[in-house]
Write a protein that binds this ligand. Structure first.
Ligand code: BMA
Length: 820
């Protein structure tokens, strides 16, 4: 029996007199915003104006009804799935508990405090902001300069204190569900399901921990429902403590990452019964698969790759950060859209970055359903922690809570201790007292490693990202473990630098861009719309980043004529940078087995490394990702006056098709062309054509007017691209006079885009609405119109064909500078 305590509460600052309505789950900032007490923190520089909200303490309270039936239970547990963060809980004026970790799940037996009729609950939140400032004054702990100092002192999402893409909004409140749950007779305290695969069968070992308060003869029943509805059952009498049951599954339907197969899920239900009545039940979905982190010595060093059902997968994906600073605004629907956008771009992987939050259950539901393998960091990032006995106990319990929630997930691929702390201790400059260094090792190489091994023995544990295995042993080693590579971007190295490295698994590399003009308009007034304005700079949290964008712009493109042109070129730069790295690593599939770019999404409207902005708008990078993560990839690798065309086949079957190439002038007149039928074996890259373009390269004038077009045509479509042989800024583009024709095809609009000369980075957008295009930011030759579809379900608002055609805008690189 459950009494839901979500919904209407009231709240006020502890030292205030007036209560305002509150919504739970929710937070202080959101309640104040809804009550009109603070302005929108995302607008202009309001973030700074509302910062002081966080330096006060707040109280939340409500009444609730309890009846005799509830009080007849053996246990009544107050269950708090998320309290942010320093909370004192009272029921009917009696102290229940103090909590200090937003990542934990708390349960308190409150039966003795309840009475029939009206009851009262009150939760006081102390300012975590004040707490860390005071704690850090006493005991300074290092953290990056973009954040409020002292964040490692509290178990709260670090990014809430500011990050190089995030505002400082250290919110407070009841951020997840809260309820009372009554139990009689007994309950299932925990269930773990281990899988053993052999000879085409899977044995499920179900380990159930039972608590019992009455001397009833209890029985445990396990029911496994296959995707086809077939049910298998096991049962036995239950003892207090650990019980083990097994279910054998013949002909298992295996779960695969996106692109490698389907995602069948089995429903597992475990029931605690006595005399035919069910007293408690747990239910969850699992996927039958083996998923291994393979680290084997090889000719380059040591592999670092994921093997699913015996198939070595190349991990394609990005780093995921929390989707909103005001947490209660996140939703299953928004996350669904984001993760479906990942699948649309052929992701099979996301890394949940350690400076944020452990995501909601629905995030993993979606990853299970969509075939996205999750690299799960524990929530530690870029900070130095002091491992007091209390802190150790706290993080141990945090790990237990989250592992028990997540370990059965089909999508869960890896547990990782932290983000960038091993490499920080090894390579970065900050005060490094020996006791804290020892604390690092103990935390990430003992405490969390042990908890992971006990609670989730079938999931690999990795001490840090990046790491070469731990012990400060060259954590960012090119030839072992995972790597964070930032010399392109932070180090201002050219994109070509990516080619100097053959990382085994690149778990972070990135490049910033500005979000779309429509997104910029949400947080600016017209007078702010200049990237160096006070407001725009407040929505750019990486101090030197605007300068970096302009530096790379100078290397590649002409000076943009206005802000929309600058936004567009910044997105193209970002997309080209990441493409350069990913295509290179995919050409070395086998040696390199993962490209996880930084970062997928944003938590507010901001200039950042994301490929999808806060409002869900795809940047050029996300469209590029759809092409460069395509399991079937054609890529051009230029080297001086030579160009090699490569195919990378990430499919489980060999592929046959035709590779075509042609050298064209700016009008798309063909200078030279060729084609070849090729066969590429499964799961391999292959160089298919070597082209000598020294004749073009020898003459600067020819070079600045010639491009290479290449394509790979198979039974299921054409993959294509173009390559300039001179910097884009020097290329002599001819006005492509782009035109579009729109047709209504029922559930989609079909747009035919044509050009009268070579057009680079053709961009489609809607004014006053949003949509996802089947392709965008693509190159077009004069004689090759492209057909693009827009599913009506992707439109931000319904549009008729005429409205759509009117809103549709088409531009290309040619339009970013003046031609007078
Ligand atoms: C990486 C991440 C983040 C950061 C990003 C961009 O190292 O782990 O800490 O936001 O770089 O600088």
């Amino acid at each position: 029996m459950i009494i839901d305590l979500n919904g209407k509460w009231r709240m006020k600052a502890v030292n205030a007199t007036e209560w305002i309505p509150a919504q739970v789950p929710g937070s202080v900032y959101l309640d104040l915003l809804r009550a009109g007490r603070i302005p929108d923190p995302f607008y202009r520089d309001n973030e700074l104006r509302v910062f002081d909200v966080a330096n006060q303490d707040y109280e939340y309270e409500r009444d609730f009804q309890v009846d005799e039936q509830l009080l007849a239970a053996d246990r009544v547990l107050l269950t708090c799935l998320g309290l942010d963060t320093l909370a004192d809980i009272e029921v009917n004026g009696q102290h229940v508990a103090h909590t200090d970790n937003m990542h934990r799940t708390y349960e308190f037996d409150v039966k003795h405090l309840l009475h029939p009729g009206q009851n009262h609950i009150r939760i006081v939140f102390r300012s975590a902001l004040n707490y860390i400032l005071e704690a850090n004054a006493r005991d300074p702990l290092w953290g990056p300069g973009d954040s409020v100092e002292g964040f490692p002192h509290v178990r709260k999402g670090h990014y809430m204190f500011g990050w190089d893409w995030g505002p400082k909004i250290p919110d407070l409140g009841i951020w997840r569900d809260i309820f009372l749950r009554a139990y009689r007779v007994g309950r299932i305290a925990d269930v773990r399901v281990d899988q053993r695969h052999s000879d085409g069968r899977v044995r499920l070992d179900v380990l159930a921990d039972v608590e019992a308060w009455q001397d009833a003869s209890l029985e445990l029943v396990v029911e496994v429902t296959a995707p086809d509805g077939h049910v298998q059952r096991a049962h036995q009498s239950a003892a207090r403590g650990r019980n083990a049951l097994a279910v054998e599954i013949g002909n298992p339907e295996l779960w695969w990452p996106n692109g490698y197969g389907k995602q069948p899920l089995y429903q597992v239900e475990v029931r605690l019964q006595a005399a035919g009545q069910t007293w408690d039940a747990r239910s969850f979905r699992i996927g039958l698969r083996t998923l291994r982190l393979v680290r084997e010595p090889d000719e380059w060093g040591e592999s670092f790759l994921f093997e699913v059902n015996g198939v070595r997968i190349f991990a394609c994906g990005a780093n995921y950060i929390p989707e909103d600073n005001l947490l209660a605004r996140r939703s299953r629907e928004k996350t669904r859209r984001l993760l479906e956008d990942c699948v649309a771009a052929h992701f099979n992987f996301v890394r949940v970055w350690g400076g944020g939050l452990y995501p909601e259950d629905y995030f993993y539901d979606l990853c299970d359903e969509l075939g996205i393998v999750v690299w799960q960091d524990f929530m530690f990032a870029c900070g130095v922690y002091r491992l007091t006995p209390e802190f150790e106990d706290n993080i141990r319990q945090e790990a237990v809570d989250n592992l028990r929630r997540l370990r059965h997930r089909a999508s869960l691929g890896l547990l990782c201790g932290n983000n960038e702390m091993e490499v920080a201790w090894a390579d970065w400059q900050f005060p490094k007292p020996d006791d804290l260094r020892q604390d690092y090792l103990k935390m990430f190489e003992q405490v969390l490693a042990q908890v992971a091994c006990q609670e989730a023995p079938q999931v690999a544990y990795w001490p840090a990202s990046p790491s070469s295995g731990g012990g400060f042993d060259n954590p960012n080693d090119e030839n072992r473990g995972d790597v964070h590579y930032w010399d392109v971007w932070h180090g201002l190295k050219p994109f070509t630098e990516y080619r100097k490295f053959h990382f085994r698994f690149c778990s972070e590399f990135g490049f910033q861009s500005f979000p779309s003009i429509k997104t910029i308009e949400t947080f600016t007034e017209p007078e702010d719309r200049n990237v160096f304005s006070y407001v725009m700079e407040n929505h750019q949290k990486n101090g030197s980043a605007n300068g970096k964008i302009l530096y790379y712009l100078a290397e590649n493109f002409r000076y943009p004529k206005d802000l929309p042109a600058l936004v567009y070129t910044s997105q193209i730069l970002q997309a080209e940078a990441i493409k350069y790295g990913v295509e290179h690593w995919r050409r070395h599939r086998g040696r390199c087995m993962g490209a996880i770019y930084w970062q997928l999404n944003d938590c507010w409207p901001v200039a950042s490394w994301s490929s999808i902005d806060y409002y869900g708008r795809w940047k050029a990078l996300h469209y590029f990702a759809k092409r460069f993560f395509d399991p079937l990839l054609i890529s051009a690798c230029e080297d001086g006056s030579q160009v090699a065309l490569w195919l990378t086949n990430d499919r489980l079957q060999e592929v046959t098709g035709t590779v075509r190439w042609r050298l064209c002038d700016a009008q798309s007149q063909v200078l030279r062309a060729g084609e070849q039928v090729v066969r590429v074996p499964a799961l391999l890259p292959q160089k298919v054509i070597d082209l000598d373009v020294s004749d073009v390269c020898a003459d600067m004038d020819v070079r600045r007017r010639t491009y290479l077009e290449y394509s790979f045509e198979t039974g299921d479509g054409v993959r294509q691209g173009t390559l300039l042989l001179a910097p884009a800024k020097h290329f002599e583009f001819v006005n492509p006079r782009l035109s579009v024709a729109v047709e209504d095809a029922g559930d989609a609009f079909v747009v035919r885009v044509s050009a009268q000369a070579y057009a680079k980075y053709v961009a489609l957008d809607l004014s006053g609405a949003d949509a996802v295009f089947s392709d965008n930011f693509f190159d077009l030759s004069a004689d090759a119109p492209r057909t693009i579809t827009v599913a009506k379900s992707s439109l931000s608002r319904p549009l008729s064909r005429d409205e759509f055609a009117q809103a549709l805008q088409v531009t290309s690189l040619y339009d970013t500078y003046d031609h007078e």
